[in-house]
Design a binder for this molecule. Structure first.
Ligand SMILES: C[S@@+](CC[C@H](N)C(=O)[O-])C[C@H]1O[C@@H](n2cnc3c(N)ncnc32)[C@H](O)[C@@H]1O
Length: 324
């Protein structure tokens, strides 16, 4: 795959920096409202993400945060809300105009947020495919609606770069579109549609497999929601294509011998006659109490063939706790 499309993406985001484009990427998911956080209007207009990557649960113990593909800076500001220290958040973008606008927006945010100092954020020119960041220095790395633009080879490089810069147990938090239907080649190779985060989506399981093949030992699928349709009237496709967006956290834990732990929102409930069921592999199911389980544990429990354990379907809403 020729990498000229990467320049098309940069050009498109140069334009989107100069002339903010409402509706580019973005979902109608409510924006985080937090005490004493006021997000400048220009940042809201430039919300080019497709979910959120900011989760207080990831942000304990003063983490060093890396944000790749800064856009108008809304999530960078939200991360700074939790870190509140000089250079606590590093924001990377290869598009000079985007960095400039992000910087202006952050300075604007200083005026309406007493707690905020724009020096909490260190903006740097750089590329997701070659991060200007030392190995194993980052606790939380985030990207929102960027990696889906990349074709296979570049996606591999971008994920490996994130893995490289994360400390052990560090977290990659991402939001991206996914699509379970095959997207026609002509649309996949349309550089503009791809850059607009419309036609580069891959199936969720492919995304998860890529993360585990790089070495992430624990994966959390935190949300999945409808994102866009590509319909035959507006796009060059014979069938209607449904695209969703996901929020995923991939943790740089070692991969267990029996495979990575992938949480997709499954739960096990034991409803037998005993007080509890112990599978002797670290999973204790209290009578009629739900236990969040990873897909691997769900498979192992199902293989036991017990009639008094219910294993729920994936909800694609996982918010912590449970087995492993
Ligand atoms: C869809 S926007 C998302 C912006 C932001 N994450 C948000 O949620 O609003 C993609 C961002 O990635 C930047 N970008 C484009 N190509 C990039 C690359 N190769 N490496 C890093 N960032 C890139 C764009 O300039 C833009 O800021």
């Amino acid at each position: 795959m020729k990498d000229g499309y990467l320049n098309t993406a940069k050009d498109i985001y140069k334009d989107a920096a100069i002339n903010p484009e409402k509706g580019l990427c973005c979902t109608t998911t409510p924006i985080w409202q937090l005490p004493e956080l006021t997000i400048p209007g220009k940042m809201l207009e430039m919300n080019y993400g497709c979910g959120t990557t900011v989760n207080p649960r990831d942000l304990v113990n003063n983490p060093s945060i890396l944000y790749v593909g800064v856009g108008g800076g809304m999530e960078v500001l939200q991360f700074a809300y939790f870190s509140r220290r000089l250079n606590g958040v590093t924001g990377i973008d290869p598009v000079k105009e985007m960095l400039e606008v992000c910087d202006i927006n952050l300075k604007e945010a200083e005026k309406s947020n007493n707690w905020f100092n724009s020096e909490y954020v260190n903006l740097k020119e750089g590329d997701a495919l070659n991060l200007p960041i030392e190995d194993e220095t980052i606790d939380v790395g985030a990207q929102n609606c960027l990696f889906n633009i990349f074709h296979n080879d570049e996606l591999e490089i971008a994920l490996k770069e994130m893995y490289r810069v994360l400390k052990p147990q560090g977290r990659l938090v991402l939001s991206d579109p996914v699509c379970e239907q095959p997207i026609p080649e002509n649309l996949k190779n349309d550089e503009r549609l791809r850059a607009l985060c419309l036609t580069g989506a891959i199936p969720l399981n492919d995304y998860l497999n890529r993360l585990t093949s790089i070495g992430f030992g624990t994966i959390e699928v935190r949300a999945k929601r409808p994102y866009r349709v590509l319909d035959p009237k507006h796009y060059n496709t014979d069938e209607l294509i449904f695209i969703e967006s996901v929020e995923i956290c991939a943790i740089k834990d070692p991969i267990p011998k029996d495979g990575a732990c992938i949480f997709t929102g499954k739960t096990a409930i034991y409803f037998g006659e005993e007080e509890l069921f112990d599978d002797k592999k670290g999973h204790i199911l209290l009578q009629n109490q739900p236990l969040a389980i990873c897909d691997k544990t769900a498979g192992a429990l199902a293989d036991l063939g017990m009639h008094d354990i219910l294993i729920s379907e994936s909800t694609y809403f996982y918010d912590g706790g449970g087995c492993c």
